[in-house]
Design a protein around this ligand. Sequence first.
Ligand code: NFS
Length: 643
Amino acid sequence: MEEKSRDNAVTHLLKKNAENDIETVWDRAAQQSPHCGFGIRGLCCRNCFMGPCRINPHGKKPQRGVCGSTGEVIVARNFTRMIAAGAAAHSDHGRDVAKTLLLAAKNPDAGYSIKDVNKLQKVAHLLGIHTENRSKEEIAADVAEKALKDFGRQEGEISFIKLAPEPRQAKWRELGVVPRGIDREIVEVMHRTHIGVDQDHRNLMLQGARAALSDGWGGSMVATELQDILFGTPSPIRGQVNLGVLSETEVNIVVHGHEPALAETLVLASQDNDLINLAKKMGATGITLSGICCTANEILLRHGLPIAGNVLQQELAISTGAVEAMIVDVQCIMPSLPEICKCFHTKLITTSPKGKIEGAEHFEFSEETALHTAKEIVKAAILNFPNRDKMDIPSEKMDLIAGFSHESINYMLGGSFRSSYTPLNDNVINGRIKGVAGVVGCCNPKVKHDQIHVSLVEELIANDILVVQTGCSAIACAKAGLMTPESAVKYAGKGLAEVCKAVGMPPVLHSGSCVDNSRILIALSEMVKVGGLGNDISDLPVAGAAPEWMSEKAISIGQYFVSSGVYTVFGVGMPISGSEIFSNHLFKESEDMYGGMWAVEPEPDKMAALMIDHINKKREKLGIEKTKKRVLYDMEMRRDLEI
Ligand code: NFS
């Protein structure tokens, strides 16, 4: 079991589940292994029913599909479709946030209000919306409507593109990849990957890049910016993480999925006095609301509520026997949950009309009646409390500080009087901080759970690289204790530790959920605008990684980072290895086009080495690299650091 995860809470429950014959994602992964050799290389095509077709990866026949497709076209089509699906998921989330903002602006009784007026003003200004002598509701309605237009626009450019540095925008225009409308780019990927349309892998990838950019600088950015307006812009906040946050005596409600509109109302409902009294009447001492996956990140960042775990821990939360209800909305929710709920008393409640699961109870959630539905759900959970049987809550839990939006990084480093990225740039230029790495993405049972995230991040901070995180990767490193201010002294190199100590921040910054990767794009653009580190994102000493990725959303994220000029390394492997021509396009040709490119490396130390070398290369180019080369720290050297 120890090989499956670095987290003792996980291995403990896995052992117990194995004894009781309860199946989890790891068992199913073993049953699927070895995986289909064509699929894993991206070499199978199911886009028409003359097939399915597959290409022999060893150069023997068949080398073409029935329609005549080559390996590189099949791989490219599959890859761009992954981007489209990922971009669709993030962007549909963004659309719902825009609709919720419109509702908040138009109907004050709906239970939503506008929390961050400063941010509203900032976003309105960016979108060219007049703000003087207007109520916040009037401004918010215009912001929401303008954002919604970005989804359906047929020609022109999506609004948030303007936040990118000018040379980056110029490059995109030159390549013809500026998104016109978010939905439009996704539809065009689907059209061009239909049988018999785009047969040129490079041309396909231009549209892939356009769809990915419509996610990062479009749907995801709409989601993040408008969520901040609605629910508040995160600022540093303390929290706790891992299955040990579940309560032995309180009703445990776990919210899992992605859209904070649901989670935010559950937060309110779980604080309702009548419901707390009902919980007490049922024999509990109160209500504990915690989260799994990105919804957990959202409620942690804004309310300091605990995180029970990342994506691979969703079944295990149920197998503690201590969860009265798991409430899910959309994305990353395992269809196996009703099965595991059968072994315990946990109620599985679906809430989105877009995401139903057979065997779950459905409480349809709509923004208009949100609070009422949330109270009904909390009540159902409370009434389930007396059905608790045996419990086994692992003791593991860890403190952390989260909430590093690009605004709060600004504030922390610059202080209240001169809040800006200048101090960060200065520290990068003087070499105390070597560079910045974004480490993001999922967990994948093909590799040891959490291990690649944690080993990579430890290596990066030991080499004075400031790490910014989102998603399940952030949860992995938080569990490992890398997000406390004390961790700077313990794990970071001397320069980074000094900076962290001076401003009281951890060396690993939790910036939120996966749509919040858009915060990283804005932070990078700010670094460029402040000056001293080149003219474009591709000049910055920065790199990105998704060490244990698995979802299509991760592929879209990877592509928009590459197209924005960031060197991006994926762990596990990528379903493109079947075509050398296409791999060459992503790994090499992309650099000439965007100044950023993909890489694949499953080993965390080698992944760190690639990222550090890239950062050093950029530092040399900028003429700021005077000092020592990369050091790979072993345990003994790390211990020395602690003294
Ligand atoms: Ni991101 Fe968040 Fe986690 Fe991966 Fe899924 S929860 S949106 S896709 S698994 S990081």
